[in-house]
Design a protein around this ligand. Structure first.
Ligand SMILES: [Zn+2]
Length: 406
């Protein structure tokens, strides 16, 4: 009896959610196409699951019922060639399905320009297509991201924002161009009246009196941005980052190379007050609570320099004949009266230290307590003096006849 040649069931992990989503997409596409009653030239399905694409393209393997039913539905509503892979990081559907933080949605000034530039490029593509359909001559339109497109994007965003706030002023200036009465008819209550605004290629700029200055055009006639618009905040945040979180004056100077925002300093203050980095930079240093003073500094009555602090300072270059040698200063401070006594140390060794102390004692009298840091020479001097004192005591003891038992 001949064996059955039915292919074995595929034993793979089934991406159930992704396959179900693909099935829903295929059904939805069919429904939309039917209901729209509008010829759709091409439909492309994007998924971030390569497994789903392999299922759809596979025509030989026999799948489990769950997979087989869904793959059949997908293939009835679409062709395998219509399905393409998109990296999960680039999949916009992920934002809806997995969620995203608010910071991802915040747009900055550079991003806004680039997104607008993409829209302009898309618009140019559509215009080209329409022109080609009409059979008219093709017009040279920028179809790639370039500096010109970014500048056009910036102009279009600024023009839109200015029309929202300064519509009346723009109308006045357009009228002035035609009959020369614009500035007279502009209301004095307008915030722009003192700026003597001009209209250049549809963009409102500061007129001012710097026309003859040796400055760039944008600095002589900065673009006016209304402070109430979100764009003002975006531009100020951009300048804030550009200047490396510097001070208000530096930020305003950088801003006015290109833009004029009335009341910018108030807006800047609100931005810097919310900036974590600026708050760290400007934070007041914490002051440590000092401990109680030691008793040596507070008990009066002893002669000066009875209890002293001692430290080295220097070195200083000193001439000895034709050579230059190093010499160090030794400072003794009376802990009670804060009086100071200076000595010289010829080197950093222990002997020089002991000599300095001996000269100090000879001049100011014996000290009961000498405080110092753990400098090698000071520690050495302390050790040598301690050993010397111990020797004195032992020799004294040995000289006493009552203790001399040998
Ligand atoms: Zn900052």
């Amino acid at each position: 009896m001949a064996k059955s040649r039915v292919a074995p069931l595929a034993k793979v992990t089934v991406p159930r959610m992704e396959l179900t989503a693909a099935t829903a997409a295929a059904r939805m596409s069919k429904l939309i196409e039917h209901d729209l009653q509008y010829p759709i030239a091409e439909t492309v399905f994007w998924t971030d699951s390569m497994s789903v694409i392999r299922y759809i393209r596979n025509e030989t393997t026999r799948f489990h019922t769950f997979v087989a039913n869904r793959v059949t539905t997908i293939r009835e509503a679409s062709n395998p060639e219509q399905w393409r892979f998109v990296n999960t990081k680039l999949n916009p559907a992920d934002i809806a399905s997995r969620g995203a933080t608010m910071t991802k949605f915040l747009s900055n000034w550079t991003k806004l320009k680039r997104v607008t530039a993409h829209f302009i490029i898309f618009q140019n593509h559509l215009r080209n297509k329409i022109n080609m359909r009409k059979g008219s001559k093709p017009v040279k339109l920028e179809l790639n991201m370039s500096r010109d497109i970014l500048e056009e994007a910036e102009r279009s965003v600024i023009s839109y924002v200015q029309r929202q706030t300064y519509g009346e002023e723009i109308t006045c200036l357009k009228r002035r161009k035609s009959d020369g009465t614009g500035l007279k008819s502009m209301p004095k209550t307008s915030t722009l009246f003192k700026l003597d605004p001009i209209l250049d290629e549809g963009i409102l700029r500061v007129g001012g009196r710097l026309e003859r200055a040796q400055l760039q055009y944008n600095a002589k006639h900065p673009v006016i941005i209304p402070k109430t618009s979100p764009l003002a905040r975006l531009i100020l945040e951009y300048v804030h980052r550009l200047t490396g979180h510097s001070g208000k004056t530096a930020m305003l100077a950088t801003l006015r190379q290109n833009y004029w925002i009335p009341g910018a300093s108030v807006l800047l203050k609100s931005i810097t007050s919310k900036c974590v980095l600026c708050r760290k930079y400007k934070a007041v240093t914490q002051i440590q609570k000092m401990a109680d003073l030691p008793a040596d500094r507070l008990i009066p009555g002893d002669p000066p320099f009875t209890k002293v602090g001692m430290d080295y300072f220097g070195p200083f270059q000193v001439k000895r004949g034709r050579a230059a040698v190093k010499r160090y200063g030794v400072i003794f401070t009376c802990l009670t009266s804060r009086a100071v006594h200076l000595e010289i140390a010829h080197s950093l060794d222990t002997d020089s230290c002991i000599n300095a102390i001996r000269r100090f004692v000879a001049r100011r009298g014996p000290a009961k307590v000498i405080l110092s840091d753990n400098g090698t020479n000071l520690v050495g001097a302390e050790r040598v003096m301690r050993e010397a004192i111990e020797d004195w005591n032992q020799s004294k003891i040995k000289k006493k006849p009552c203790f001399n038992r040998t």
